[in-house]
Write a protein that binds this ligand. Structure first.
Ligand code: AMP
Length: 213
């Protein structure tokens, strides 16, 4: 059983790296942001509660986030373990997690703020199937259309300059103490998130002493 957390600023590749790791090790990938986006897209009651907070780049309340994480992990479909991204995002969430679950490692994807801005403002998402694109590194074949399902590509509501500035500010204010807390327990491996996707994955596997991809 393996349990990992991926922490990194917006655009650092948390979701991508978590997915690659999960696929190879047969882990369940849990993205808290994706769960919230699903609720917003499907107009659930919870979606209505979080939509505005998300669009402004602010953090959803801890009780709600902890409830979502607990409900997801209570499904117990993670026989070989899980890799969770987007959580914990502050000290209280980190303490909640440490009380309930033991972890094998925290992967910190390190990306300078200037690169965060460059990447995030180029990010596009398929409105139908949720596939990610990036106008710098990962362009769709046809402009504005998803290669997989032909759906319209849109900008995430929280990927504007204004919301991003707020998310980055919050990231440093709230997540740095989380890294410090986990760091004290010697769980954290820091990986440079600037190289290509495959290189980052190789580096983090090496640091976690896992077989190469
Ligand atoms: P992400 O896709 O991880 O950037 O998450 C998108 C948005 O979902 C964030 O800007 C928050 O509004 C909300 N969110 C995701 N994870 C958390 C969390 N652990 N705590 C609070 N809000 C969260």
């Amino acid at each position: 059983m393996r349990k990992y957390i991926v922490i990194g600023a917006q655009g650092s590749g948390k979701g991508t790296q978590a997915q690659l790791l999960a696929r190879d090790l047969d882990l369940v990938h849990i993205s808290v942001g994706d769960i919230f986006r699903w609720h917003v897209q499907n107009h659930t009651k919870l979606g209505a509660q979080v939509r505005r907070v998300m669009a402004a780049g602010e953090l959803v309340g801890d009780d709600m986030v902890e409830g979502i994480v607990r409900a997801r992990l209570d499904q117990h479909d993670w026989n070989f373990g899980f890799v969770i991204d987007g959580f914990p995002r502050n000290r209280r969430q980190a303490e909640f997690f440490l009380e309930s679950y033991d972890i094998d490692g925290v992967i910190h994807l390190d990306l300078p703020d200037a690169e965060v801005r460059r990447r995030v403002l180029a990010r596009r998402l398929c409105s139908r199937c949720g596939m990610d694109y990036n106008l710098i590194a990962d362009r769709p074949t046809r402009e504005g259309r998803c290669d997989v399902c032909g759906g319209d590509l849109v900008t995430r509501e929280d990927d504007t300059e204004e919301a991003l500035a707020e998310r980055l500010r919050l990231y440093h204010e709230k997540v740095d103490p989380v890294l410090e807390l986990f760091g004290r327990k010697e769980y954290v491996v820091t990986v440079d998130a600037r190289p290509p996707i495959g290189d980052v994955q190789r580096a983090l596997r090496e640091k976690l002493r896992l077989p190469p991809p």
